[in-house]
Design a protein around this ligand. Structure first.
Ligand SMILES: CC1=C(/C=C/C(C)=C/C=C/C(C)=C/C=O)C(C)(C)CCC1
Ligand SMILES: [Fe+2]
Length: 552
């Protein structure tokens, strides 16, 4: 089987009716929005990395047991400039581009250097964020783009920097019950300091307070944590929250700001300005949401690379938090299109397997505890936290499961005790073949797979009125499709099958990106993301589009 990555996708502007196999519960009404790279070549020019591709928005509208699919490219300034020039003119994660065809790099470089940090892309391909009633396509730069969730049209561009001093922000915010957004970003060399900023975007602002101003004006800095280094802040893709705390990992996967400031002149990509420092530690910052200050104990663990926090919660004076950890940054390396397209089998092997790890952090450290003693006294985990000198605590995680990524949970348990993780199973290859349900309590797991199916990030939607954490199926409705009939994988949702083997998939969002509908948008459906009996299958993964697979 030949696997072709980075082939440009056509947008599907008119909604098409999907073929539904099985039966979708009648109460399932809503739209699943997904985002990801869809175009990797513009004219003769090609992006280098899969994360560079131009954002393609997808929607799956489910109503009365039927599904319609549509897709549309995000009309970002980046997209428009590229299309107009018929070549890539805006730099992305793995591709440095030159707007001036004569490559008059010096004039350009001066203007960049005078700002230290260049103007980044607004190609928001990673996720969809909900702020109040509004939806935004997001990436990890300072720009996000409002979108119309029905028509998938691109609306205004929001520059975070106007409201909070950050240059980068995560695409995995958290949401509280009221829908307020909690996110983190990095402020680079601003007034001589580099710091990580936690900020809150209110879901709504009363008109009296708002006085006609944009609700963004009410974005509030919650806390900021100084970076250990002015010129090499950590890269992070997500963070954890509990009811009272925020957990932030300052990991030794870092951005080199000096390299970034000169990348344009040197003709290298942003990705080349990131490196893993395996000799360094990973610092675990715990921020008390009530005082808005980091706790004073210095927690740390061994070097690792984490993209996805799964969940975190408080138990008996401890914080337990779960992440998918790697031993290095090989994941990013793997997604270079050159690696993906050539000899896929060998070049696409991860050098470290993504592993679910549980950490435990004590909230009260007994000053008199012996140096070397384990401060973790909860029976539920084998994770340890060893007391050291000078208020330092060395945390060692408990390894729970190897070979999973794109984790999701029942979001009503976000920040709270929980038991189940839904994820894509990935062993040594970045292309998942199974959906996994992992039970943290019994340490047992269930998987679903089917021939010619490459699942994306699963999404758990609870049954309306569900009591059990993993109740995502109504007894009145049969589960859909073959996978849905698996009694124990109930509640996991893939994306409905579309026409001619076109299937949807993936969203990296941590919150339910369902919108609209007076009926509850909850769902308990498991449909394979990609299941086609035709010889051509188009898939989307958690980043969006997966490659086209052609059977030979
Ligand atoms: C453009 C740009 C960036 C883009 C990063 C991207 C696009 C990351 C995607 C990560 C994903 C999808 C991870 C999945 O686990 C940086 C490096 C933040 C900073 C410089 C400018
Ligand atoms: Fe992600």
């Amino acid at each position: 089987m030949e696997i072709i990555f980075g082939r440009n996708r056509k947008e599907q502007l008119e909604p098409v009716q999907a073929t539904v196999t099985g039966k979708i519960p009648a109460w399932l009404q809503g739209t699943l929005l997904r985002n990801g790279p869809g175009m990797h070549t513009v004219g003769e020019s090609k992006y280098n990395h899969w994360f560079d591709g131009l954002a393609l928005l997808h929607s799956f509208s489910i109503r009365d047991g039927e599904v319609t699919y549509r897709s549309k490219y995000l009309r970002s300034d980046t997209y428009n400039a590229n299309i107009e020039a018929n070549r890539i003119v805006v730099s992305e994660f793995g591709t440095m581009a030159y707007p001036d065809p004569c490559k008059n790099i010096f004039a350009k470089a001066f203007s960049y250097l005078s700002h230290t940090i260049p103007d980044f892309t607004d190609n928001c391909l990673i996720n969809i964020m909900k702020c109040g009633e509004d939806f935004y396509a997001t990436t990890e730069t300072n720009y996000i783009r409002k979108i119309d969730p029905q028509s998938l049209e691109t609306l205004e561009k929001v520059d975070y920097r106007k409201y909070v001093a950050i240059n980068l922000a995560t695409a995995h915010p958290h949401y509280d019950k009221a829908g307020n957004v909690l996110n983190m970003g990095t402020s680079i060399v601003d007034k001589g300091k580099t710091k990580y900023v936690i900020f809150k975007i209110p879901a709504t602002v009363p008109e009296a307070k708002r006085k006609g101003k944009s609700p963004w004006k009410h974005t509030e800095v919650f806390c900021s944590i100084p970076s250990r280094s002015l010129l090499s802040p950590s890269y992070y893709h997500s963070f954890g929250v509990t009811e009272n705390f925020v957990v932030f990992l300052e990991q030794p996967f870092k951005l080199d700001i000096l390299k970034m400031a000169t990348a344009y002149v040197r003709g290298v990509s942003w990705a080349s300005c990131m490196s893993f420092h395996r000799e360094d530690k990973t610092y675990i910052h715990v921020i008390d949401q009530r005082t808005r200050k980091p706790v004073s104990t210095k927690f740390y663990t061994d070097p690792m690379v984490v993209f996805h926090h799964v969940n975190a919660y408080e138990e008996d004076g401890y914080i337990l938090f779960d992440v998918i950890a790697y031993e290095d940054n090989s994941l990013y390396q793997l997604f270079y299109l050159a690696n993906l397209n050539q000899d896929f089998g060998e070049n696409s092997r991860l050098t470290s397997v993504p592993t679910l790890k549980r950490f435990a952090v004590p909230l009260h450290v007994d000053k008199n505890a012996d140096v070397g003693s384990n401060l973790i006294k909860v029976a539920s985990t084998r994770a340890t936290a060893l007391k050291e000198k000078d208020d330092q605590v060395y945390c060692q995680p408990e390894g729970l499961y190897e070979g999973l990524e794109l984790p999701r949970i029942n979001y009503s348990h976000n920040g709270k005790p929980y038991r189940y993780i839904f994820a894509a199973e990935v062993q040594w290859s970045p292309i998942p073949t199974k959906i996994l349900k992992y039970d943290i309590l019994t340490k047992s797991s269930l998987t679903w797979s089917e021939e010619c199916c490459w699942p994306a990030e699963p999404l758990f939607v609870p049954t309306p009125g569900a009591k059990d954490e993993d109740d995502g199926k109504t007894d009145k409705e049969p589960a859909c499709h073959s996978a849905g009939n698996h009694p124990s994988l109930k509640g996991t949702i893939g994306t409905p099958q579309g026409r001619r083997g076109q299937l949807g998939g993936l969203s990296t969002s941590k919150s339910p990106c369902w919108e609209l509908s007076p009926a509850p948008a909850d769902c308990s459906l498991l449909v394979p993301i990609a299941s086609s009996r035709t010889s051509k299958t188009t898939l989307y993964n958690s980043l969006g589009e997966l490659p086209e697979l052609t059977e030979s």
